[in-house]
Design a protein around this ligand. Sequence first.
Ligand SMILES: *Cc1c(COP(=O)(O)O)cnc(C)c1O
Length: 521
Amino acid sequence: MTPAAGARDHLPPAAAGGRASSAPLLGRDTEPTLFELSRPGRQAWQLRTTGVPELPLEELVPAEHRRPSPPQLAEVSERDLVAHFTRLSHRQFSVDLGSYPLGSCTMKYNPKVCDAVAALPGLADVHPGAPASCTQGWLELLVELEEALCQVTGMAAATLQPAAGAAGELTGLLLMRAWHESQGRPRSKVIIPDSAHGTNPASVTLGGYQTVTVPSDERGCVDLAALRAELDDDVAGIMLTNPNTLGLFEEEILDIAAAVHEVGGLLYYDGANLNAILGVVRPGDMGFDIVHLNLHKTFATPHGGGGPGAGPVAVAPRLAPFLPGPRPVRLDAVDVDGAGPRFGWETPEHSIGRVHSWHGNALVLARALAYVLVHGGDGLRRVAQLAVLNANWLRTRLHGTYDVPYDRPCMHECVLSAATLKRTTGVRALDVAKRLLEEGFHAPTVYFPLVVDEALMVEPTETESLQTLEALADAFERIARQAAAPGGAELAAGAPHGTPVGRVDETRAARTLVPTFDARP
Ligand SMILES: *Cc1c(COP(=O)(O)O)cnc(C)c1O
């Protein structure tokens, strides 16, 4: 909002906040909370009176809907508010600042062109309840994205509603349930490998199924014999990701698919991290029936910090009638003069219902289509090739400095282990992660997957240059060297030094969680 001329008269007096100086915070100084900066009566902005007569409060909000006393909110000026958040933002690490090799969660740089597209007023300012006749452009965008995601996954139809990966998983399991019920044989079990992402068993439980775990074999893949032993006509399906959570390709996927289909089960593909296979191989061709994608990992939406995501679910033809609705569709009948609406909404015949209000997190969907269009088919394949190349470069380079428990070509991520380092120096995976923060990199995922001792799961992603990979590898090597030097264990145990927050007591943070702030002295 631009202040109208004369509006300055209505601004609260400019005032210094709780901090006397505007110098950026250095070192470990704590930034006061907004409640500590608060001073009674201070406010950020006050609109000019418009001249339109004001309604009495009683008419605007009836007494029974009003709270008895005002909420206890912080009172700060706009200037102090902006300074507060800017100071906090300087204390963060982010994908825009540097390499963020967090395995399994694909924290990669997201091209700014996607944000520019999502900010277009014609997209950003549209009310989701506007009638289809006024939102043909938006509908076309959604239809095109659905078609693109179906092409990428080898599926027939999709829903864009789920708000995140876990929401996509639950949607997929509800689709699985609806399918088996339509066949007149409800089932009770879903199989998951022991290397799976934690959301998988949680979604299975939420979907009303029981989890059956199958072990990985010595190559890090699903043990086919163990899987066969679990298969019977009470198995609703299997949830897999390929490449799996060890970053390894399940080479027996076609045999796995045939075995599960033989007992009437369905195959669910956790496609949260599709970077490794984009444009190279498709879940549909591997035999999967249901796939969810994390647009906020693979398709250009920044994530972390609880921002909006999108977890579309794509399915094989026989599951399409059960998809959530309404879905954006192309209308067959076009007006003779071509001027009538070409897109509309349709709810599938046996729809499981809505899984999100309106149409999902629409601006995330806009970013994803922009990402697909900017890259094109060849560009998406190149994303996969570079993601795999970068991970293998790191695996090869760090082999010997760290253990590589499954020593064969990986896909988009590689799992290292600090087991030998710990045995010889006492320095653990957690210490390595904290030392990396000092080196200017985000830490990799640690102690996951659970099947690897002292796991360090590194996903460099396709967006990092060779120079960055070299610097990251140098840092990993330096950390191992210093761990072995005199005083190395103490150095590691005290890390990270020089960051705004040092080592936190993670057990206490989890056990004594205090999510509120009490400003009273
Ligand atoms: C991130 C992730 C999920 C969960 O996605 P959210 O959007 O965080 O709910 C599921 N599976 C895998 C493999 C993931 O990496």
